[in-house]
Design a protein around this ligand. Structure first.
Ligand code: AHR
Length: 511
């Protein structure tokens, strides 16, 4: 393989502002995420503030998560919000029937979730229950959260300790309504969406951003038929949806921590295929909504490995290596490059579930390699994405992903993985370039060439490891972490940055 791989950046060719919400997260009542990942209760020996773990709050604050989706996932369409308000001792015990029939004590409900969001400085995003709920129930949840005037529901919220409204802007109308959210077809869901949405009101300063359930993977049929139903049936109801939320899990290859070099490439090829998913859905949406009033959300994404030995299958607990960090980096670079269509993306999930940012056990908390990607990519939030062309060679044609392609209805060519993939953005006269060296064994020299601008020097930060399986554990929490910043100078108008095998880099400097 050529040791030099090039990214060409066109700082004067803006794509669009990068919505900070692309760097969102997801917290479902599932396995060990909420209990004990967030909530241990005020009487716990684990240090907490009103029941919420202090270590988790301290770990999350520095990465400024823009948004957090809750309470599901599949859990959401069985969740009745009234179960989770009022005195904790009087809340009902329910069954979490999607996730191992686990007991759900409802100790963590609306007020506790809002307290957690405020503690970590994030915006709340609620998923409403359409599958087993009613328009009245969802309408009342919105009023309970957002109304500041004189109504029984606003009074009830005040009596429960929140004088001022929560101001929740983001509301999904169901989750995976084609599957665990109600096994609906797109036309039926479009009717229900319109019905539920009719009763979800704006209150004072909080304008509703309604999120419709989108397709799994590359199920183009769902997107086409939903958009068609919204546009053509009865009357044009397109204004009701502000966003459409698709899901894409790139799956696994090997296990979370054991894989060959070929399996490394296989997983990263599947991760890079998110480009095809985004492009496919946005093309269909543009056909019905050429003015792009409905944005695209990637509401669930990430790796999904076999559950760690010794943990219950229903808990979806998995370790997280430098390979998963590369999955995150590749996905973020795709999202940045589609900043003109994607408004939000929420990876699955925050703590102890799937591709988590944090793992907690008893009173210990560890940051995963994926956490450090969130940190590394922070300068992109709110910056303007600019054209970034990867002129590097292909390292994998996705051959090993054949079965996956068939399941995804994707052409194998969508899995072509380049040696280096990246994205770039400009904010306040500073350029930020991020990139991933996707190869498990070959280091590269990344050459960054700018057209129409000059960056004489730059600061470089890397996320790299000495082993492709490297990960952080409770005993070795900082094995994979960000490097100290290093300064590099441009030569002949080009910047050269060394990238170890399987690594991620951020290069930033004044233009
Ligand atoms: O993230 C785990 C599950 O994956 C979610 O509950 C569901 O929406 C999806 O199928």
């Amino acid at each position: 393989m050529n040791a030099v791989q090039r990214l060409t950046i066109l700082p004067n060719e803006p794509i669009a502002p990068i919505s900070p919400y692309l760097y969102g997260q997801f917290a479902e009542h599932l396995g060990e995420l909420v209990y004990p990942g967030i909530w241990v209760g005020p009487d716990s020996a684990i240090p907490n503030t009103n029941g919420i773990r202090n270590d988790v709050v301290e770990a999350l604050k520095p990465i400024h998560l823009p948004v957090l989706r809750w309470p599901g996932g599949c859990f959401a369409d069985g969740y009745h919000w009234r179960d989770g308000i009022g005195p904790s001792t009087q809340r009902p015990m329910r069954i979490n029937y999607w996730w191992g029939m686990a007991p759900e004590p409802n100790h963590f409900g609306t007020h506790e979730f809002i307290a957690f969001c405020r503690a970590i400085g994030t915006e709340p995003y609620f998923t409403g229950n359409v599958g087993s709920g009613t328009p009245k129930e969802l309408s009342e949840w919105v009023e309970y959260c957002n109304f500041d005037g004189n109504s029984n529901l606003a009074e009830e919220r005040r009596a429960n300790g929140a004088d001022k409204p929560f101001g929740v802007k983001f509301w999904a109308v169901g989750n995976e309504s084609w599957g665990c959210g109600g096994s609906m077809d797109p036309e039926y869901y479009a009717s229900l969406f319109s019905q539920f949405r009719t009763f979800m009101f704006d209150y004072a300063d909080t304008k509703m951003h309604a999120i419709a359930c989108g397709a799994p993977d590359c199920n183009w049929e769902w997107t086409r038929r939903f958009m068609d139903a919204l546009k053509h049936r009865f009357w044009n109801r397109q204004h009701m949806a502000q966003s459409l939320a698709a899901h894409y899990y790139c799956g696994t290859a090997g296990t979370a921590t054991e894989y060959t070099e070929a399996q490394w490439l296989e997983l990263l090829s599947k991760a890079a295929a998110i480009e095809g998913i985004v492009t496919g859905h946005r093309q269909i949406m543009d056909g019905y909504d050429p003015e792009r009033k409905i944005s695209l959300i990637i509401d669930e994404w990430g790796a999904w490995h076999p559950v760690e030995a010794g943990k219950p299958n229903s808990g979806l607990y998995q370790q997280n290596t430098i390979r998963d960090a590369c999955v995150a980096a590749l996905s973020f670079d795709v999202f940045n490059n589609h900043a003109d269509k994607i408004f939000m993306a929420n990876m699955a999930q925050l703590i102890n579930v799937l591709q988590a940012l944090l793992l907690v056990q008893e009173d210990r908390c560890v940051k995963t390699p994926t956490y450090h990607v969130w940190d590394l990519y922070q300068p992109h939030k709110g910056a303007t994405a600019v054209r970034c062309i990867a002129e590097s060679e292909t390292v994998s044609d996705g051959g090993a992903a054949k079965e996956f392609c068939q399941r995804m209805y994707l052409d194998k060519s969508s899995f072509a993985l380049r040696a280096v993939q990246g994205s770039a953005s400009v904010k306040d006269g500073r350029l930020c370039v991020t990139a991933c060296n996707t190869h498990p064994t070959q280091p590269v020299e990344l050459e960054i060439e700018l057209f129409g601008a000059h960056m004489p020097q730059a600061e470089v930060v890397r996320l790299a490891a000495d082993d492709i399986h490297a990960h952080n554990t409770f005993d070795q929490p900082d094995r994979v972490t960000l490097s100290a910043p290093e300064q590099v100078e441009a030569k002949g108008g080009r910047l050269r940055v060394s990238m170890p095998a399987g690594s991620i880099v951020r290069v930033q400097g004044a233009l």
